[in-house]
Design a protein around this ligand. Structure first.
Ligand code: ATP
Ligand code: MG
Ligand code: MG
Length: 379
């Protein structure tokens, strides 16, 4: 009996555990809070990431470790890796945890990026603003997620407000200034690399964000074969450079036929949730196969898929379940403003059918504004 340890007990760990059950796997989750939603399906150890006793107990009970939470301190991941196999490696995790290291690596690999500069003082911000110009975004280098730890500057007059908001973090988690990309669309490559270096990518996914949080994902992304293969080539170069093992997502902006890399998520990703029903093999199943050294499953699609995120509170399930291709995921979390509490995936055989399904579901749930951009992209 193989036990997979997962650092972090959110919905990603929960969906990993659900998809690993048919493989006969057991799971042990570690989280800092006792009510983490993966705990409803797997035994849990509650402890701080730097708590060596908790980590030692975790390590003693598992065969391999992986992540639901990408911000586990790199030293804790390293400590664990000296005792049990950890995938992806602490090194890959460390790169993805730091926007500066990540963007520097993208650039080294020839993956285009928006202009960026590390910021460590108020003067440094002015110097970077002179170089990058506005509009731009000041971001924390570490620990940001769902658009948190970001300040958008429209003009140079916003510099004081940006520094007031984030300046104190320049010496703790670090800051980076990035040029604002007036993108036509956002896409992601969700891909998997095995222990033996085998690489597979799911079809390109288009993503829509609201207030910095993912709202909807559509696969396959309306795109061209050339753009899709360029995106996948970037993802592969990155995975090979990091000797990456497991599933990851590369987020990209599309502008004038150009692809600019935004960030690397070193784990299964929200923009890949549609793979549960929309692909031959889900990202969760393939992540487990990769970390266990098992053959990877095919990543081809089964029809067209759209995932809708439920943020804050769950809507009523009826309208989605009433659809022939409707699938419901309730993470078992308490409602809370801004929190990802569940998602739905709608699947259909053609883009036209998917658009009709989305229109029905959007209307029934009063979420026309969430489905409208996806329907427009399907036209
Ligand atoms: P995630 O939840 O995806 O990890 P995050 O907090 O790490 O989010 P980003 O992905 O960097 O943050 O930014 C969130 C969203 O903000 C992006 O998906 C994009 O819509 C917008 N955004 C971020 N950086 C830029 C940029 N340089 N130009 C234009 N839009 C941007
Ligand atoms: Mg991120
Ligand atoms: Mg992102």
């Amino acid at each position: 009996m193989t036990t997979v340890g997962i650092l972090g007990g959110g919905q990603l760990a929960r969906m990993l555990a659900l998809s690993g059950a048919p493989l006969g796997l057991r799971f042990l989750v570690m989280d800092t809070v006792a009510d983490a939603c993966a705990g409803q399906f797997a035994p849990m150890i509650v402890g701080d990431w730097r708590d060596e006793d908790a980590l030692a107990e975790f390590a003693s009970k598992i065969d391999v470790a992986t992540f639901d939470f990408e911000n586990v301190p790199a030293e804790s991941a390293q400590w664990l890796a000296e005792r049990v196999p950890v995938f992806p490696s602490p090194r890959a995790l460390a790169v993805a945890q730091d926007r500066l290291a990540e963007k520097t690596l993208f650039r080294e690999l020839g993956i285009p990026v928006p202009p960026f500069a590390a910021i460590d003082s108020r003067d440094g911000l002015d110097a970077a603003l002179a170089q990058i110009g506005t509009p731009c975004i000041l971001k924390t280098r570490r620990l940001g997620y769902d658009g948190k730890g970001q300040f958008r500057l429209k003009t140079l007059a916003d510099a004081d407000a940006a520094w007031d908001a984030l300046g104190a973090q320049a010496t703790t988690v670090g800051l980076i200034l990035e040029g604002f990309v007036a993108f036509e669309k956002e896409v992601s490559v969700v891909a998997v690399r095995g222990r033996d270096g085998e690489f597979r990518a799911w079809p390109l996914t288009q993503n829509w964000h609201v207030d910095g949080v993912l709202s909807a994902s559509l696969a396959p992304a309306p795109s061209t074969p050339e753009v899709e293969s360029r995106a996948i080539t970037y993802a592969r170069a990155l995975a090979d450079a990091l000797d990456y093992v497991g599933v990851f997502a590369l987020e990209l902006f599309c502008r004038d036929g150009e692809l600019l890399a935004n960030e690397l998520a070193p784990r299964v990703h929200n923009s890949g949730h549609w793979t549960i029903e929309g692909s031959e093999t889900s990202q969760f199943q393939n992540h487990l196969r990769a970390v266990l050294g098992l053959p990877l499953g095919a990543t081809r699609m089964v029809g067209e898929a759209c995932m809708l995120n439920w943020i804050g509170e769950m809507p009523d399930a009826f309208a989605v379940l009433a659809e022939p291709g409707g699938h419901w995921h309730d993470y078992g979390k308490d409602a809370r403003k801004g929190r990802k509490v569940g998602h739905a995936t709608l699947r259909a055989d053609t883009p036209q059918e998917l658009a009709q399904t989305l229109a029905r579901v959007g209307k029934a749930l009063g979420r026309e504004s969430q489905v409208e951009p996806v329907i427009a992209a399907l036209r």
